[in-house]
Design a protein around this ligand. Structure first.
Ligand SMILES: *Cc1c(COP(=O)(O)O)cnc(C)c1O
Length: 381
């Protein structure tokens, strides 16, 4: 059916305009390794325009999470609480340090970590909790923060999807001691592969620079604070080439436009699908403390069968929706390490959540094809 239409992909990376010009500038500047001119511009953008205390670009969000795990000085056997419904990098960063992952369930309202169950997961070995702001929608940070403070846990935000989103007016990624962002091509603001660590607790600032620079104090050296640099700690190479930063800076300059477009597309979906709630389909739930950053539009179907049928019906129309995470507590790597607790909401989203195409160039006539496809599927049930 409708094979004369071009396919509507799930995602299409958007070029804001000056990306290649800035890359050329970076190359011509003669310094294309890390922490060049464009990296500094990106850092300034977050620190001066968005109010972050300190940020460091990394080669991915995965790397930023691995830096966070190093900064927390986790020891083998330490425990870290992570939602089961998330990307593998969220727990994997801590597993690399020998930590034990204790998986938390999602809430009934949305896939975010359920703070009501948090306290029951804490043991004397618990060191950190990692809320993931799913779809860029804030977790309940006051509730999570209260438990973390009471038990002396660090809060590391997985803010991979959460750029330009807020919790009670506070930017996501500025709330926990540390936060990790992604600029992977599937996110709102992209650099191909790229990420950033936000350091909100100044105690971690100096060591973060050292860990990112192979365990050396090279950053202090470049600022003229020491007269030679050397090996002072553990570390790795977490900083991106300035070519990546040049691409990213072009995107950051156009963030307002990109965000306005994405939020408009999100709202059009939302308004069109409100009537489906009567058929038991759930729309994204935005708690009153959270904003929407237009990262993702999803529906939660009533069953796995219904979701499979919806995806197939849309594929027949050359539209490519996708499901999302598979509960990590039942993953091949973790199932025999998990403590056996059932996590029914994580499993529910694993089976029933479907993401619809959402990208800058999803123009209204294209989006209408998606809307019609979904509405006609539900009308046919
Ligand atoms: C995309 C994503 C990551 C990984 O980001 P990379 O930059 O690809 O390493 C981690 N966590 C979540 C929740 C994500 O959505």
């Amino acid at each position: 059916m409708s094979s004369t239409f071009a396919a509507i992909p799930f995602n299409k990376p958007y070029l804001a305009g000056p990306e290649t010009k800035y890359i050329e500038e970076a190359v011509r500047s003669g310094k294309i390794s890390g922490d060049g001119l464009f990296t500094k511009r990106c850092h300034q953008f977050f620190e001066q325009q968005l109010g972050f205390t300190k940020v460091l670009l990394t080669t991915s969000c995965t790397d930023a999470l691995e830096m966070a795990a190093l900064l927390l000085d986790l020891q083998p056997g330490d425990e870290v609480i992570v939602p089961s419904y998330t990307f593998v990098s969220t727990p994997n960063a801590f597993v690399l340090r020998g930590a034990k992952i204790v998986f938390a369930d999602s809430t009934a309202e949305n896939p975010n970590l359920d703070p009501a169950t948090l306290e029951s997961l804490i043991t004397p070995r618990t060191r950190a909790v990692v809320p993931v702001h799913y779809a860029g929608i804030a977790c309940d940070m006051d509730a999570i923060g209260a438990v973390a403070t009471k038990h002396g846990l660090a809060v590391v935000e997985d803010a991979a999807q959460a750029i330009d989103s807020f919790y009670k007016g506070q930017a996501l990624g500025t709330i926990g001691e540390l936060a990790a962002f992604s600029f992977h091509e599937t996110k709102n603001i992209i650099a191909g592969e790229g990420g950033m660590l936000a350091i909100n607790d100044p105690r971690y600032a100096q060591r973060a620079e050292i860990i990112r620079e192979k365990g050396t104090n090279r950053s202090s050296f470049f600022r003229g604070e020491v007269d030679k640099y050397g090996w002072v700690d553990v570390g790795s190479s977490f900083l991106p080439s300035d070519i990546v930063a040049a691409f990213l800076y072009a995107q950051l300059e156009h963030m307002g436009d990109i965000q306005a477009r994405r939020k408009a597309i999100w709202q059009r979906y939302y308004d069109a699908f409100v009537p489906l709630a009567a058929q038991g389909v759930s729309l994204p739930h935005l708690p009153e403390y959270a904003t929407n950053n237009g990262h993702m539009f999803y529906l939660v179907c009533r069953s796995l069968d219904e979701r499979t049928a919806l995806i197939n019906a849309l594929k027949q129309r050359q539209i490519l929706p996708v499901f999302h995470y598979l509960s990590l507590h039942t993953s091949p790597f973790y199932t025999d390490k998990h403590d056996g607790r059932a996590l029914p909401w994580a499993d529910h989203y694993t089976d029933c959540l479907v993401r619809l195409p959402l990208y800058y160039e999803l123009y209204p006539e294209l989006q209408q094809r998606v809307v019609d496809g979904v509405l006609e599927f539900y009308a046919s049930l």
